[in-house]
Design a binder for this molecule. Structure first.
Ligand SMILES: NC(=O)c1ccc[n+]([C@@H]2O[C@H](COP(=O)([O-])OP(=O)(O)OC[C@H]3O[C@@H](n4cnc5c(N)ncnc54)[C@H](OP(=O)(O)O)[C@@H]3O)[C@@H](O)[C@H]2O)c1
Length: 333
């Protein structure tokens, strides 16, 4: 591709703005189109962000011949349909987390992506941040020995609003799908797929998980202890504990941050990890790299990893008795 990657933004809410700002930090990417259910909203968003093509429907965005890749930024239950829409037009897709509501939904997207031979990636932006890459590099270099445990949490206190997507079952609300997916994905990155999954959740007034704890077991006795929530503020920290030391990712660990490497007998070492942009640029840079290389998946966040984490979330929700209206009858969502 000789020119900058031309992005189209599907769904013009909060995260769409952060993503467009992130693209601004990339020399070889630009946003050329935005699509909304409302023509007025698309016009206003396009004017604010200087985006030339402003579409009053998602279908028109997906059909725009000047768009090289589509970023899906709609609420969780809409991801499945919007990914399939983009793929039907042969467009590569970067889709917000959680990729879908349940693993069956993810399987449908994977099947469509493979049939089309088109690049699809989950926008698990934390996976691509420099300090997370640095953590992997330290572990690979043996800095903390063999990894034995991972602790991570991501919980925040959202003001009470039962209609907002954080708490509304019709928008697959709850902490697990909104933010639990981050510590689960970190644990998956560092420990692989769990062999045992258990947890406890408080299902609040709207019926969704307001806060939850998750305990995962892995081969050879490795463990992860994770927490998430939308009604309780947590330290938002992570730690990776090995046989010869520990790496701490300071709160909030999901934003570019410094690391502390602790090893017995030596002073703690604070490792500065420089980052650029607002952090969302790194996922877009990886997506662009894959697109230019003709890949249909990112080796850093393959769809198998996305699916594995979705299956863990399905298992946790099954244990809590939490299903969403759009899953009625076992539907893929
Ligand atoms: N990576 C991150 O850090 C991060 C942060 C926040 C959210 N997210 C993810 O991004 C997705 C969107 O979150 P958000 O906070 O940006 O949500 P939001 O502010 O509510 O925006 C979602 C947009 O989706 C469109 N939409 C389509 N169907 C909708 C419906 N039934 N109800 C409401 N909106 C609908 C709307 O755009 P139009 O009106 O233009 O059609 C709306 O503005 C979620 O899946 C969330 O998990 C990721």
């Amino acid at each position: 591709m000789p020119h900058a990657i031309r992005w189209g933004i599907l769904g013009l809410g909060n995260i769409a703005q952060a993503f467009v700002a992130g693209i601004g930090a990339l020399p070889d990417a630009t946003v050329v189109a935005c699509g909304s259910r409302s023509a007025e909203k698309a016009a206003a968003f396009g004017a604010t962000w200087d985006i030339p093509h402003r579409h009053g429907s998602y279908a028109a965005l997906a059909a725009d011949p000047d768009v090289d890749a589509i970023y899906v930024a709609t609420p969780h239950p809409a991801h499945l349909g919007h990914c399939l829409l983009a793929l039907a037009h042969g467009k590569p897709v970067l889709c917000e987390k959680p990729f879908t509501v349940n693993a069956a939904g993810t399987e449908r997207i994977i099947a469509a992506a493979r049939a089309a031979g088109v690049l699809v990636m989950e926008a698990m932006w934390t996976r691509f941040l420099p300090h997370v890459r640095q953590t992997e590099a330290l572990i690979a270099a043996g800095a903390i020995g063999a990894v034995r445990m991972v602790q991570a949490d991501f919980a925040y206190r959202f003001p009470w609003d039962p209609d907002h997507r954080a708490l509304n079952p019709a928008l697959a609300g709850g902490g697990l799908l909104d933010v639990g997916v981050y510590p689960l994905s970190l644990a998956h990155l560092l420990l692989g797929a769990p062999t045992a999954v258990t947890g406890a959740a408080h299902l609040g007034e709207t019926g969704v998980d307001e806060q939850a704890v998750m305990a995962l077991g892995f081969p050879e006795g490795r463990l992860a202890a994770l927490t998430c929530g939308v009604r309780t503020r947590s330290p938002q920290e992570a730690a990776v504990m090995g046989t010869a030391g520990m790496i701490r990712l300071h709160g909030p660990w999901w934003r570019p941050t410094n690391l502390t490497l602790s090893r017995p007998g030596v002073p703690d070492e604070i490792i500065a990890v420089p980052a650029e942009g607002n952090g969302y640029n790194y996922q877009a840079a990886e997506f662009g790299r894959c697109l230019r290389a003709g890949l249909s998946e990112s080796p850093l966040r393959p769809l198998a990893d996305t699916l594995a984490v979705m299956r863990v979330m399905d298992a946790l929700r099954a244990g809590w008795g939490l299903t969403y209206p759009m899953e009625a009858g076992g539907a893929a969502a």
